[in-house]
Design a binder for this molecule. Structure first.
Ligand SMILES: Nc1ncnc2c1ncn2[C@@H]1O[C@H](COP(=O)(O)OP(=O)(O)OP(=O)(O)O)[C@@H](O)[C@H]1O
Length: 231
């Protein structure tokens, strides 16, 4: 069983008068322990794809299975619980709360999801690993973009999800910081068995992934290793 399976997914926005087919006949699957980049031109359907993967948008047709569960068959409340227990998002804008110190950003996550968050010792390791130890008592606006994004990653990992979905998490970072963030994601996939799916506009970052899924005009395919090396 795959961690995520999309079958014949179509997504159409709007009505007859202004209809946009954002995704057509998408078949996609991914396993835990994999790091996958999603690339494609602007407007090709990447954000729509990742929102459907994360269960925050319903497809017009097709099936979404996450961890073997037919996601669309769940009630809204069950979907919300399921997301809380399985999926974290990391966004380009970090989404940190400006009036909370770094350490309190985790407290907040604790309030939203009380159970099955990572253990204290794993948390300390995570903070060490991401170089956040000296930043715990700082507010987000005292941190660089790279540091804020690392806090956002730590917060995403804190709730112990099986899947981390990231929509252009490196867009606001310079080249060096972007590579650091990619390396962190890669480690999370390979050492902690997370499934990481990450949208990027930057083809130079594809090499940090195990696979690259390319979406063009709403149609997707995995781009082979040979092709990938040409980038
Ligand atoms: N809520 C919406 N209502 C109507 N059309 C939408 C909506 N969201 C996206 N679209 C359209 O669907 C298509 C795919 O959009 P999407 O945001 O998924 O692409 P993208 O590849 O993520 O683009 P970008 O790289 O610019 O963020 C585009 O034509 C877009 O205009």
């Amino acid at each position: 069983m795959k961690m995520i399976e999309l079958n014949q997914i179509n997504k159409i926005y709007g009505t007859k008068l202004s209809k946009t087919t954002a995704l057509s006949d998408i078949n996609f699957s991914a396993d835990q322990g994999e790091m996958i980049t999603v690339t494609g031109p602007s407007g090709s359907g990447k954000s729509t794809f990742i929102k459907i993967l994360g269960g925050i948008l319903s497809p017009t047709s097709g099936s979404v299975k996450i961890n073997g569960q037919d996601y669309e068959a769940l009630s809204k409340k069950a979907q919300s619980n399921f997301r809380l227990n399985n999926i974290s998002f990391v966004l380009q804008s970090y989404n940190l709360l400006p009036y909370l110190k770094v350490k309190d950003q985790f407290e907040l996550a604790n309030r939203v999801k009380e159970h099955n968050n990572i253990k204290k010792s794993s948390f300390d390791d995570l903070i060490d690993e991401l170089g956040l130890k000296d930043l715990l008592n700082h507010y987000p606006d005292e941190l660089s973009g790279g540091q804020q994004q690392r806090v956002a990653i730590a917060r995403a990992v804190y709730t112990n999800p099986k899947i981390i979905l990231a929509d252009e998490p490196t867009a606001a970072l310079d080249g060096k910081r972007a590579i650091e963030v990619m390396e962190q994601f890669r480690k999370l996939a390979h050492e902690q068995n997370k499934l990481i799916i990450l949208i990027t506009h930057d083809d130079r970052l594809i090499k940090y992934a195990d696979k690259n899924y390319q979406i063009v005009d709403g149609k997707g395919k995995f781009v082979g290793v040979d092709e990938k090396n040409l980038v």
